[in-house]
Design a protein around this ligand. Structure first.
Ligand SMILES: *Cc1c(COP(=O)(O)O)cnc(C)c1O
Length: 429
């Protein structure tokens, strides 16, 4: 089964990407060249210092530590939280060894991989329908079930924050720490406060497809000077102050390169511009698709100011044609006036543009089939590619079944986007 284009919609000669890097005519090269010309081709240098300063300012925290990627930042966050909660682990043990950690379910697996690196056991918290973020009600429920849990890792999805303030309050009520994965949400706010400033520890990403990029890179965000200094130490192999290499604890090679920091330094001046462009993309989709049985990414317009990183849609239940997915493949049965993510993705791809399914929820991933999953209405073992049996409402699986991420590149022209809108409309004919 494939979407039959038949030449009705012309193919773009150059691919329209989901989200690709946007450079600015040498603004980034200037700092990269400075690193080169001054020979700071290293993991120390002026670009790194400047990125840390700007990242902290823009995120509304006191300190930022520049690292090789956001996953590395999240890893150190888990180590800090684990040591604070459970004490320093013995060498060879993880910082959250054998402990349950409540984690976002509908997210990129990098959100929780570091929990597993440190021996933790992710318990997945279902997704809120009105925000596509961690559901505070399900989180409360999880604390009722496991009052001993002391760590929560929550990510903001696609740059549209849910009630992260409430998540933090629930954590505080239960004496738990919050790690905020703001990888996708740089520049977005909740109640006027930056995403990345709610967690006890937080992280942002400069991966190639994020709202600004260094090709790679990330920052750990914190208000605690001791944490910032220690993150700098851990990320440079945990060397003690001595003439020789003296080691009292395990270290990592996680520091950001000064060359990459040059790119990021140049990009920060364009963060607001990129957000404005992404907002235009979102609003053009919203307007262009308004007569279809779909909704765009939902958010609370009074409290959330998104960065609009990825525009996504969800098809109304009664406008879904039959779609079945295995672990690696999908098929569907086309139906008049109905569609499904697989058909829309094929249609978009037929004109040389890139869409993507919604993040497949972690509780549906084969590697987490034995982990627990807590929803508003109940809990159970996670299962592979299936709704949990027994009538428990599984919001994440439902959004995954009906949702699609749309081409959201900020360099996409209005004409290109109009053609994408037309091809999506054709799916519902
Ligand atoms: C991109 C992303 C990450 C990982 O960022 P890297 O810098 O590539 O390590 C983590 N969490 C989420 C939610 C992401 O989207």
């Amino acid at each position: 089964m494939t979407f039959i284009n038949n030449g009705r919609f012309e193919k773009f000669p150059n691919k329209v990407w989901l989200a690709s890097p946007t450079m600015h005519d040498g603004a980034e090269m200037k700092y990269v060249k400075e690193a080169y010309d001054t020979n700071w081709m290293s993991t120390v240098g002026a670009n790194i210092n400047e990125v840390e300063k700007v990242a902290a300012e823009k995120s509304g925290v006191k300190y930022a530590v520049a690292l090789s990627c956001c996953t590395a930042a999240l890893h150190l966050c888990v180590k800090f939280a684990g040591e604070k909660l459970y004490g320093k682990p013995e060498i060879g043990h993880g910082a959250v060894e054998g402990k349950r950690v409540f984690c976002s379910d509908m997210t990129f697996d990098a959100t929780l991989n570091p929990v597993v690196y440190e021996g933790g056991i992710p318990v997945f918290i279902d997704t809120e329908r009105d925000s596509w973020n961690m559901d505070p009600v399900a989180l409360e429920k999880a604390f009722e079930m496991y009052p001993e849990v002391k760590l929560v890792v929550s990510a903001e999805l696609y740059g549209f924050s849910g009630d992260i303030k409430k998540i933090k309050e629930i954590c505080e009520k239960h004496g738990a720490l919050l790690i905020e994965d703001a990888a996708e949400a740089m520049g977005a706010t909740w109640d006027g406060k930056q995403c990345g400033s709610y967690g006890d520890y937080a992280a942002v990403s400069y991966n190639g497809n994020k709202i600004i990029t260094g090709s790679s890179g990330g920052c750990l965000l914190t208000n605690d000077l001791e944490v910032a200094n220690k993150a700098r130490k851990w990320s440079t192999q945990a060397r003690e102050a001595a003439a020789w290499y003296q080691h009292e604890e395990v270290g990592y090679n996680y520091r950001m390169s000064n060359v990459i920091a040059g790119v990021i330094r140049g990009q920060y001046d364009y963060l607001e511009e990129h957000i404005a462009q992404k907002k235009v993309v979102y609003e053009r989709y919203k307007k262009g698709l308004k007569d279809l049985p779909i909704q765009m990414n939902p958010f609370d317009e009074k409290r959330c100011e998104p960065n609009y990183w990825l525009s996504a849609l969800i098809i109304d239940k009664d406008a879904m044609c039959k779609q079945v997915r295995s672990g690696t493949e999908a098929i569907y049965i086309p139906e008049k006036e109905k569609s499904c993510p697989t058909e829309i993705l094929e249609a978009i791809s037929s004109i040389n543009a890139e869409g993507r399914p919604i993040w497949k929820p972690m509780h549906m991933q084969p590697m987490y089939r034995m982990n627990e999953f807590v929803t508003v209405s109940g809990s159970g073992r996670a299962k592979t590619n299936a709704y949990i049996e027994g009538g428990i409402e599984d919001v994440g699986a439902d959004i995954f079944q009906r949702g699609v991420c749309l081409p959201s590149d900020n360099k996409m022209t209005a004409e290109q986007q109009d053609r994408i809108i037309e091809v999506i409309k054709a799916c519902f004919e």
